[in-house]
Ligand binder design. Structure first.
Ligand SMILES: [Zn+2]
Length: 468
């Protein structure tokens, strides 16, 4: 009792007790992966929008570059007849199955897997790699949903979510995953996804850049030995995240979904780890997420091969803060808005949404929420206390140069009569004197202080007028 009281009184003792409860995890392999990443990162795959042709050539190149290490075979085909290849390597008896991109627009892990394969191929003399190859037999299905990837959509060509098809097995892609899982009776499974960039770590402004889940296998969310193993392995990986992207890890909801693959694969007896890659500052194409997937998956293979994760208490997993969805791209705090001639102070939450354009995208702003947004966070926060929202004026003639446009912006014009070429990004509005609702719709308005226009929110982006 005295000791306990002392622990609470003395912060240093408290810290010592906390550390005594954990063990000193060896992070040297994760360090090595992180530091050497640029050497093994494959060319291409810079953007999230990747297609199967790129994956197929990456498979061919990997096999050709490291003969005798990797084998590939076709394990199924998609609705539209695209082959579903699986790469296998290692000579051990513990089977590890990993698949990525069952949602066609979630490519981060696919890109990372090829970086990791290159590391493994090139580092066969590395003691840790040697041990992985001796202890494990690893199977990788990169891009389980190539038809979805072709048009960068979540669903397959039937328009269904493969991760809700684990029971009915209507789709050939789901049938393939089930058949492969069953034929291997894999000891470990890695279900690799992306999640929204608007997920944060609960009650913090940090993006949930990586989220983990030791998937539940029943509604009661029971823990059996295998689910506990998955939780311990995640605890092991969490320490790696804390070193490289501290505070950016979330624990995904473990609500049971009877139709999902992760949940069923855990039920069928494979230790299942879900990794979800979220957002990171200044990184819409998820380069950091790709790098962390490479580090984490590589480290997980080492931890499974050496069983070192078994020393991690499963309480570490439960201590990971939960995922939340409380981020905007831009938050304007406490701006004064005039309605019916009366001033009101509001926060505005703004997102920049991707609108597909051929193989690329443009960003289209939306005002997601307004009011007291003090429990929300954003990639960019602007305090507008003391500033008044001013609805832009409409310019009726053609704009000729960027200089003209900038001059007009400084004069309070940001709308045009027609949204056509020659408008220089000015959005077309109907009324000669635009309304507050039109300013909201186009997420375009000025911020004024003491009668002077100082800043502009233009199509959802913050611009200081003095920078123009
Ligand atoms: Zn997903």
């Amino acid at each position: 009792m005295d000791f306990l009281m002392n622990v609470f009184r003395h912060p240093l003792l408290f810290i010592l007790v906390c550390f005594a409860n954990t063990y000193a995890q060896d992070l040297s392999f994760a360090d090595e992966l992180f530091e050497n990443y640029e050497t093994y990162k494959v060319d291409g795959f810079q953007q999230r929008r990747i297609k199967q042709t790129e994956v197929l050539s990456a498979i061919d190149e990997t096999i050709a570059q490291y003969p005798g290490v990797f084998e590939s075979r076709i394990v199924g085909s998609s609705v539209q007849g695209r082959p579903l290849p699986m790469l296998s390597f290692g000579n051990g008896t513990t089977d590890v199955l990993m698949w990525s991109q069952m949602h066609g627009n979630e490519s981060t892990a696919t890109r990372a897997l090829f970086d990791l394969l290159h590391f493994i191929g090139a580092q066969q003399e590395n003691v840790r790699v040697k041990n992985i190859l001796n202890a494990l037999r690893i199977h990788v299905i990169p891009m389980l949903n190539p038809d979805g990837a072709e048009v960068f959509q979540r669903e397959n060509a039937l328009g269904i979510d493969l991760n809700r098809d684990a029971l009915r097995l209507v789709s050939p892609e789901a049938q393939t995953l089930k058949r492969v899982r069953d034929s291997l009776d894999a000891d470990y499974g890695f279900n690799l996804h992306d999640q929204s960039r608007y997920y944060n770590v609960e009650r913090t402004p940090k993006q949930a850049s990586i989220s983990f889940l030791a998937t539940a296998y029943n509604y009661e969310k029971d823990m059996n030995e295998k689910r506990r193993d998955a939780a311990q392995l995640i605890g092991y990986l969490h320490a790696i995240n804390e070193k490289f992207i501290p505070g950016h890890t979330g624990r995904y909801s473990d609500d049971f979904e009877p139709r999902a693959f992760g949940d069923n694969i855990q039920l069928w007896g494979t230790r299942l780890i879900l990794i979800e890659t979220g957002g990171y500052p200044d990184d819409r194409e998820k380069s950091m997420g790709r790098k962390m997937n490479y580090v984490l998956i590589g480290s997980a293979l080492d931890a499974v091969a050496t069983s070192s994760f078994e020393q991690v208490a499963d309480s570490v997993y439960w201590g990971i803060p939960e995922n939340d969805r409380k981020l905007f791209d831009l938050k304007i705090e406490k701006v004064q808005v005039t309605v019916e001639d009366k001033p009101y102070v509001l926060d505005l939450g703004i997102n920049l949404n991707e609108v597909a354009a051929a193989d690329s995208y443009t960003l289209e702003a939306s005002l997601e929420d307004r009011g007291d947004l003090s429990t929300y966070y954003a990639y960019e926060v602007r305090n507008a206390e003391g500033y008044e929202l001013i609805v832009p004026k409409r310019y009726s003639r053609k704009i000729k140069t960027v200089e003209d446009r900038n001059k007009l912006l400084r004069q309070g014009y940001a709308f045009s009569r027609l949204n056509k070429e020659g408008a220089f990004g000015f959005k077309g509005v109907r009324s000669a004197s635009p309304s507050l609702e039109e300013a909201y719709t186009h997420v375009t308005f000025f911020l004024q202080k003491e009668g002077k226009l100082e800043a502009l929110i233009w199509n959802g982006k913050f611009i200081q007028l003095s920078d123009l």
